[in-house]
Design a protein around this ligand. Sequence first.
Ligand code: IPE
Ligand code: IPE
Ligand code: MG
Length: 258
Amino acid sequence: MADRGFTSSTQAVPAVGSVPRHVAIIMDGNGRWARKRFLPRMAGHTRGVEALRGTIRAAIERGVEYLTVFAFSSENWRRPADEVTFLMQLFIKSLQKEVSRLHENGIRFRVIGDLSRFEPLLVKAIASAEEQTVGNTRLHLTVAANYGGRWDVLSAVNRALAKTPGLGEVTEEAITAELSMSFAPEPDLFIRTGGEQRISNFLLWQLAYSELYFTDTLWPDFGADALDQAIASYRERERRFGRTSEQLTAADDVGQHA
Ligand code: IPE
Ligand code: IPE
Ligand code: MG
């Protein structure tokens, strides 16, 4: 981790700024948005893509460096087959339509999750979008698809073990380096729309010290204003990382706490 310049929040206290460097969002509530309008759930998913577009734009304008969004969980395969198929098609279509715009806006696109269950067309579209945007640095946009936090930690532990000669101990650094978000600092701000207050197997390891923000706003209604409200709430938090409030004030006095 250290070679990438990111601090593990449990090993050292990371720098804290007024804008969250990394925002992670569970985009929830598409189905309920549609149901309220007597529309099929799929209409909610389609509008959800538009909400994501607006949120990406707003995140860039506010200076967020990493935006990570949960699009499809490893448990979402349990949904009706027609909804799963629709979501996969929507993912392919959105990628094909949006990738050049992402690139023009300097966005580096990545997908995290187990891609092995996706159809080849989708895997190809993902690989090509990742390749096309590999040199961009303005915003790191990561879409979690067929992602599960437990899968991520387990895969990382197994990879770390495979690299450990003999039966040595696996360290926190070794696991962190193998996680699918090893390229990013830990999320400063976690947002879940749609009113539920749970993690639903999102970034379990990385959310250890993230500020959690829950809103009843349904994902298709989310955008710049809603992001600003979340960031405003974030700014009011005191990120202590185990320390006391007095210690933070003392650090402020000597200019160590941004
Ligand atoms: C989130 O919206 C999108 C996905 C999980 C793919 P939902 O589809 O979960 O919407 P609700 O929670 O049923 O309203
Ligand atoms: C979490 O939403 C996953 C995504 C937004 C992709 P769900 O709607 O699937 O979560 P649960 O089932 O309510 O926990
Ligand atoms: Mg939901």
